[in-house]
Design a protein around this ligand. Sequence first.
Ligand code: NAP
Ligand code: GFB
Length: 321
Amino acid sequence: MGSDCESSVVLVTGGTGLVGQAIKYVVENGSGRKNEKWIFGSSKDADLTDRASTEAMFLKYKPTHVIHLAAKVGGLFGNLSANLEFLRKNIAINDNVLAMAHKTGVQNVVSCLSTCIFPDKTTYPINETMVHNGPPHDSNYGYSYAKRLIDILNRGYNNEHGRNYTSIIPTNVFGPEDNFNIQQGHVLPGLIHKIYLAKLEGKPFTVWGTGKPRRQFIYSRDLARLIIWVLREYKETEPIILSVGEEDEVSIKEAAEQVAIAMDFKEGFLFDTDKADGQYKKTADNTKLRKYLPEFQFTPFPQALKETCDWFVENYQRARK
Ligand code: NAP
Ligand code: GFB
């Protein structure tokens, strides 16, 4: 971003979501700079699947930088139920945002991929060079192909227009302001919500699947700090994985045990093995991130979970669920 004296306007598309609100939190708690104006957009500002409303938003705010988070997002079960919609909506959003960024002269765009878009049949750990080396897990092919096209678009804008638009590859994210809807959301917010309800009934909660799949989880507020670093300092067009290390990968069963502890719940849980497991693992390699930021400290998982659970209980009425 510009030097400290140049002013910047940073537009965060998808600014009202889990990751967008984490960026707002860290910007308001020490990560912002005097010469930066931050705008957190949502679908109320513009339906980004529509080219004209996307252009109108860019002309209104005149961003110099964009953090592009807006997407149709869901967990395993949300994706399983609507792969075509995930594909079409996200292709439209991504093409519109990058086209309008280029048309209005935005200097830097950081867009979001996901570790779930990696090839399903692959060696581990997976690194940034492997994104396109084979089909993604079938459970979320729609979302995955739409996300992979961001990387291809970035290449095109770089090759033909010299734009330095780049992307990040976060692993599974959780935190305050998540989507706690049990059917459509991700596993951790789903388990938190289930335990909240189980507490009221005094019964065990249900973990879907076998509990055997493995995941790396990144706290939204840690991801937010890393995204701001990428916007300001990362100069490659190639994507960069933003994830905890391979050693922090846990099974869904272990994650459920940690969530129960964070919610102070002692009634135990059952497995519903009629429900899908989805991808067994998608272990990401954060070596590239560590080369740039060897000292970056992730929030310990139990502390991040506790902060998220406390937020949910305190904000139950207004939380997305
Ligand atoms: P989220 O909580 O579901 O928020 C999605 C955001 O996108 C909301 O602000 C939403 O606005 C906006 N949006 C959706 N459709 C839109 C449209 N048609 N026009 C304008 N805005 C629209 O998502 P998130 O978890 O923060 O994800 C943010 C980014 O991180 C996404 O690109 C996602 O693919 C990526 N990511 C997420 C995870 C994860 O585990 N959560 C993991 C890897 C990557 P409204 O609220 O107004 O609808
Ligand atoms: O976060 P999640 O829904 O998505 O995790 P993915 C699914 C895993 O958690 C499966 C188990 O193994 C589920 O069987 N699970 C257990 C649960 N209990 C629950 C529950 O209550 N809710 C949910 N949702 N799962 C997503 C992709 O994959 O990863 C998205 O589909 C996105 O596109 C996201 O990229 C980051 O991690 O399997």
